[in-house]
Ligand binder design. Sequence first.
Ligand code: FAD
Length: 391
Amino acid sequence: MDPDLTEEQRLVYHTVREFAAAEIRPHAAAWDRAGRFSWDLIPKMTSLGLWGMSIPPEHGGTGLSMTSVVMAVEALAWGDAGIALTVAAHNGLCATHIALAGSEDQKRWFLPRLAGGELGAWCLTEPGAGSDAAAIATRATRSGDGWTLSGTKAFVTNGSLAGVYVVMAVTDPGRGPDGISAFVFDRHTSGIQVGKEEDKLGMRSSDTAEVVFADCAVPGVLLLGEPGRGYRDAMRVLERARIGMGALAVGLAQAALEASVEYAGERKTFGRPLADHQAIQHMIADMATEIEAARLLVLRAADLADRGKPFRRESSMAKLFASEAAARATAKAVQIHGGYGFMKAYPVERYYRDVKLTEIGEGTSEIQRIIIAKSLHPRKSSGFSGGPGAN
Ligand SMILES: Cc1cc2nc3c(=O)[nH]c(=O)nc-3n(C[C@H](O)[C@H](O)[C@H](O)COP(=O)(O)OP(=O)(O)OC[C@H]3O[C@@H](n4cnc5c(N)ncnc54)[C@H](O)[C@@H]3O)c2cc1C
């Protein structure tokens, strides 16, 4: 743990880690097998303030700093990555978008509900547009004082469970990213249907579904932010959310490291514990070093965000490095466990599957490299023209 953390940040980490040890870890394998989110967690996590971490106190949340949020996400992911993803999408994407761009009325209406444990979903990706997020086809057309939305969103975390949806749609075709607006609305809005519920490789305790908007009527007051600003606001949201995804990767890697250290101390080969073999020591040393480096990158990006400094490049670096370091760490963890690592009886098998999402969600590693490279180019592009989107 970083020595410069404040008392509050340490307390958040230890409180959430204790909660994860008692209420999440013991059930993680069963949730993975079932492939669904457990509703039992909602009240327990509400009382800890976990659904309102990114929501200001005046709107019912705990209003944690970004640094405290990443500490909480790391501890949750140590317990179970799918639960951390559920919380991260709810807070880091849905609630953050409303908090950043919403009107006072929208904040007053939606944020306390989210802080109270009604799940939030954030719908940008579509079957035909993921990395190239500006190529979305969901269309919002004017009808009277409001809008009518039509289109299909793919791979939406909390998609089949959410009470509140933030949705990006084209309001002005031909204007590219500047023709995209965001909307926020209630699950009971007529015309919203849950489509295909995904059966996934990992993160199986989180819900992922298609959300279909079939001539869905939205009142004008539910336009979120300025018209034509939806894509830019979504990129601002992702910039913050990626720090959380980095923290999620660190938590998973930390769990893989701890499992490996424990196993290497117990398992004997050639008359000695695995931990005495230098090849195993090297793997464990590399895991620990990369996790520490990843955590520092995550904390650095979070600290910049907390101090109101630019952090676009640093958030991409944190997400890129942490997710790839975590993928290496979980692969090493399986290797250290030998044949047992391949079996579902050991949690490292799950970590190895769960970790892949961190290299894909909220912008793939390839997209993070593009963002970082662009930021270093002497002719800095805005990131909106010509290049790929950054979901
Ligand atoms: C479990 C899960 C949960 C998710 N939750 C959400 C959610 O809550 N909300 C939401 O909106 N989305 C969500 N997503 C979607 C996610 O953000 C996208 O899957 C991701 O951005 C990649 O988009 P894609 O799947 O369309 O891949 P594509 O964009 O088709 O990319 C395919 C491959 O090509 C690479 N590639 C693409 N363009 C380039 C380029 N210019 N240069 C080099 N390589 C390139 C990509 O890196 C990738 O390797 C989720 C996805 C998953 C798997």
